[in-house]
Design a protein around this ligand. Structure first.
Ligand SMILES: Cc1cc2nc3c(=O)[nH]c(=O)nc-3n(C[C@H](O)[C@H](O)[C@H](O)COP(=O)(O)O)c2cc1C
Length: 324
């Protein structure tokens, strides 16, 4: 199967979403181990990146197995976007540069960034032009359906970024005011696809391989963006691959041994990557993996009470024992 973004050949019609406080290097590698063909960093504030602070540069951590990688920028000031692109050009360790025009968080939209860019399509186009002009890699944009129910202007926004030189758009089919709840407007994304010549990827409620297939069928889009559907379920990528290769899916969840092995692997990677607070960050990760199992709530309480790496390792052993 040939699915391209810029010069990248993905092989399957699915990418891993940029997600704040989630899309770290271990998370991306775990998903890649199940066949994810393209992953993104979480959104990175362009102004902070242009100052080059240690904390923000950490978000660019990557490795040879973490490729191809998309880096997502957040901002609205052309001069800081330009400076951030300069920093990225020097790092040279990514293949796609994305602009966040989708984040609905209040402190972000108050600054006129993220999803608020839907209210200023001219500026949105200008920012993309700056990125296209200075970036060494192709540029994409993540958009929302619009600002609110009365302003679903994603078709115009997508046309503006296409005219400005973007090679792909990722569209979350909810408005900014919907945040992460309520219906996803797949019809609107389908309408945007019909008006664009660049690839369009759909974001919103991609919780299984079958849903991915339905969404692609109903929108005629090029692929999907997997976000919350990857939580504790990196296998969604191998299932998408199987489904699009014509296989019939039988098992939805991995067997217990595979689940335990993935939990251990994710824990080891996260604590190696972040020895100081990796075990704390693992609390939410562990709870994703067990959420469909009987007794999950009780076990989850223990996970969130654990205070050290060794205590967390002990809980993983208990979990493995219960699964044996
Ligand atoms: C925890 C979390 C963090 C997110 N952070 C970002 C982000 O940094 N940049 C972005 O473009 N979208 C971000 N999103 C939005 C997702 O990329 C995706 O568009 C959205 O969750 C809808 O997909 P879903 O319904 O399949 O989860 C985030 C979503 C979640 C759940």
């Amino acid at each position: 199967m040939s699915i391209h973004i810029g010069g990248l050949n993905l092989g399957i019609p699915a990418v891993l979403a940029p997600m704040a406080d989630t899309s770290d290097l271990p998370f991306r590698l775990v998903n890649r181990s199940c066949g994810c063909p393209l992953a993104f960093t979480e959104m990175i504030n362009a102004r902070s990146l242009s100052y080059g602070g240690k904390k923000v540069l950490k978000l660019l951590d990557t490795c040879p197995q973490d490729s191809p990688l998309g880096v997502q920028l957040l901002g609205r000031e052309p001069e800081y976007i330009r400076k951030a692109v300069d920093v990225l050009n020097e790092s040279g360790r990514y293949e796609l540069l994305d602009l966040n025009a989708a984040c609905p968080v209040r402190k972000v939209i108050r600054r006129g960034e993220g999803a608020a860019l839907a209210k200023d399509i001219k500026l949105l186009g200008e920012l993309v032009k700056v990125m296209v002009k200075h970036s060494q890699t192709p540029v994409s944009v993540k958009l929302r359906a619009g600002w609110d129910a009365d302003n679903r202007n994603v078709c115009d926004a997508a046309l503006a970024v296409q005219d400005a030189g973007a090679v792909c758009v990722f569209i979350h089919g909810r408005t900014c005011s919907q945040q992460y709840h309520g219906d996803v407007d797949y019809e609107l994304i389908g309408a945007a696809k019909r008006r664009l010549s660049i690839p369009v990827f759909v974001s919103g409620n991609v919780f299984s391989a079958e849903l991915a297939q339905d969404i692609i069928k109903k929108t005629a889009c090029d692929g999907v963006v997997v976000a919350r559907g990857s939580f504790g379920n990196p296998w969604i990528f191998s299932q998408i691959k199987a489904l699009f290769s014509g296989e019939v899916l039988v098992e939805h969840r991995p067997d217990r041994a595979a689940l335990v092995a993935m939990v251990r692997r994710h824990f080891d990677m996260l604590t190696d990557y972040d020895p100081r607070t990796g075990h704390v960050r693992f609390r939410k990760v562990f709870s994703w993996y067990i959420r469909y199992l009987p007794g999950a709530r009780h076990f989850r309480d223990k996970i969130f009470r654990s205070r050290s790496q060794s205590e967390m390792a002990g809980l993983i052993d208990d979990f493995a024992g219960e699964c044996a």
